[in-house]
Design a protein around this ligand. Structure first.
Ligand SMILES: Cn1c(O)c(C(=O)NCC(=O)O)c(=O)c2ccccc21
Ligand SMILES: [Mn+2]
Length: 254
């Protein structure tokens, strides 16, 4: 019969998403960190990079934090650090970021029931971050040290031809209780998952070229519930339901 490309496309996408989810679950359960390269392909990656660059040029990012503030670098007076903005991907000019986040959700949805002690039921909006490339960094920290509900950090990098030797900007993760360090280059079209809690202290090394990344944090249902009750949740209590490509908002309470 007629070769139905759309059905084929979606079934291939479905199969690949399932494969990526299996890989992510194994890596997270075993190492607490998972790197997936060529997540969306060159074309889509470039479209996302272009949208982020436009937002940056339009001045939609926050004022960078002064590096002599709580981040501790007292000798970097008046040096601006990372700048960021929050989007849910439905805003004008953010459609490709919306596609990225739906693609992240699609993988996480297929991990349902296979992640140790975690049941994801929602996520934050997307944080689009830019290091201006003036040697600023992000000091060693834990994303969720106090059970605010976030269980998985998901970062997508946008930086073409990144050379850490020249531009720095490595993400260094120091997995708790291990004497190994994971050094992750923020390369174009790379997707990264890691547990958001104290298992993964990490830092962003000084970056000497503009460095873009898009981060989403996934919530664990129970921990988030407790955090909101205990008002411990550092993040605003706004949970975005996961939705995969067919835009159906799926409540993955499985
Ligand atoms: C700009 N930026 C960050 O870059 C990281 C972070 O850990 N980034 C890791 C990375 O980009 O590889 C953060 O965790 C973070 C948390 C709150 C506000 C801003 C933040
Ligand atoms: Mn972090």
């Amino acid at each position: 019969e007629e070769f139905d490309t759309s059905k084929t496309y979606f079934s291939v996408l479905e199969t690949r998403t399932k494969m990526l989810a299996d890989y992510a679950c194994n890596c997270l359960n075993r190492y607490g960190v998972c790197v997936i390269d060529n997540f969306l392909g060159n074309g889509k990656g470039l479209e996302i990079h272009e949208q982020v660059q436009d937002m940056h040029q339009k001045g939609l990012f926050t004022e960078g934090q002064l590096m002599n503030s709580e981040r501790g670098n007292s000798n970097l007076k008046h040096v601006r650090g990372d700048v960021l903005t929050w989007v849910d991907g439905s805003e004008e000019g953010c459609e490709d970021i919306g596609f990225l986040v739906s693609s992240m959700d699609a993988v996480i949805l297929k991990c349902a029931g296979k992640l140790t002690n975690v049941s994801v039921n929602g996520r934050t909006k997307a944080m689009v971050a830019c290091y201006p490339g003036n040697g600023t960094q992000y000091l060693r920290h834990v994303d969720n040290p106090n059970d605010d509900g976030r269980c998985i950090t998901c970062i997508y990098y946008l930086n073409k031809n990144w050379e850490a030797k020249k531009y720095g900007g490595l993400l260094r993760i120091y997995p708790e209780g291990q004497d190994r360090v994971a050094s992750i280059e923020p390369v174009f079209d790379r997707l990264l998952f890691f547990w958001s809690d104290r298992r993964n202290p990490h830092e962003v090394m000084k970056a000497f070229k503009t460095r873009y990344a898009i981060t989403v944090w996934y919530y664990d249902a129970d921990q988030r519930e407790k955090a909101i009750k205990g008002y411990k949740g550092g993040m605003k209590p706004e949970i975005v339901p996961l939705h995969s490509h067919d835009q159906r908002s799926v409540n993955c309470d499985t």
